[in-house]
Design a binder for this molecule. Sequence first.
Ligand code: AMP
Ligand code: ZN
Length: 487
Amino acid sequence: MGVESVRIFNTVTGQKEPLAPLVPGQLGVYVCGPTVYSYVHIGNARTFTSFDVVVRYLRYRGFQVRYVRNYTDVDDKIINAAKETGESALELAARFVREFEADAKALRLLAPDVSPKVSETIPEIIALVEQLVAKGVAYESQGDVYFQVSRWPEYAKLSKRNLEELRAGERVAPGEQKREPLDFALWKAAKPGEPSWDSPWGKGRPGWHIECSAMAAKHVGKTIDLHGGGRDLIFPHHENELAQSEAGNGCRFCNVWMHGGFLDLDGAKMSKSLGNVVRLRDALGKVDAEALRYFFLSTHYRSPLAFGDKSLADAEGRMEYFYETLRKVDEKLAASKAGEGPVDGDPRRSLTEFEAALDDDFNVPGGLGVLSGLFAELNELADGKSKVKDKAVAARTMAALRGVVSTLSPALGLFEESPTAWLERRRDRLVKDRGLDRAAIDALLAERAAARTAKQWAESDRLRDALKALGAEVKDTPAGQQWRVVG
Ligand code: AMP
Ligand code: ZN
């Protein structure tokens, strides 16, 4: 199997298709980014994590990926939010770009190669609108410019909406200067107090959809390999991007359209307008970043995912199991001198199985299932419970499987930390959350270490129980006492 084995579900055809890059070995990926008027919530974060892994895995597979994710920094929601805070709309947007970048880093999202902003793409947006007007698919009306849907017969080919039904459901809102209800704004005439730029139609600002057509063409190309976002973007945002780009540039806009499922809370899509949101930074205050990633990734990116506090706690418990396994394995490997020689079975089989899962439309849950089996094997080997009786063979097998974990880790953005550092951080957080007496625990641990040095085993056992009563479970390892918070 090679890179030609990657298959992706394409919204436009409704099928999984083999990935066929425009330029062999290279991929241009454009993901719709956040509208920066507030802090992002974990619903947004789920979608950004899905595409983070798409990019990570495609790079792992050897593609040279150009990854672009934009900021919508000119928008009605931003203008309205700025009215409340007294900042200018662009100041407020710049502030939330910085907040997003801090959150994205905390969640270990890859930094895109380019993160363009609408406010920095105005000349390209104006040029595209002019092109659409020149081609007769857009018209100016009192300083606004609209895309005329009836002039573009392919409209709705992505979302498969029924135009007649859409027309019946749409009204021209007061203040809009449209010819037909389905027409959508490419450019909006300036209103007092709003950010605006000079244009051939007077002062104004872009409509929402045109920005992504202009930014994708500027930073990826007029035809792009892959375009992503949450499924709420299929209509109207991506449908409109598609119409603008293809009508304006006269060529295919995008080969593969990928859309992620929603994160739901209490049975409804998490969204700011419904008010059922958990901010990403609040979630990251409670749970480790890799645990949150693990929670997102344990459901396929196209399926809905229900959020609950318990799901985060479960995900962190699972990560603790993984890291505890790795800690134990690393400790054993450091103490073993197995050298070169045969291993048991074929440790690289897990790698092949993992790749087969992810090649199949990024089946990350399938890949994590493969890893579960691998971790179970690592545990057996580290605990001496494996069927492999030859110690050197067992150690080499363990090293090879540990190597597989390290190889896969960048494709998922998981297991990237030192196991001891991760486990200590988790323990410190649990100590704080449960209000345990750290000073008392440390004092008893020191007493117990002294008792053990003096070979006072009864005293050591008494102190073990005393520690347990304080919420600490102690274990004796070649590296000395280790403790965790009682589960
Ligand atoms: P927005 O800032 O609202 O434009 O959203 C940024 C990204 O988050 C888009 O790709 C949306 O589709 C996605 N998104 C918004 N809400 C959710 C949700 N509840 N679950 C998954 N993705 C979401
Ligand atoms: Zn977009």
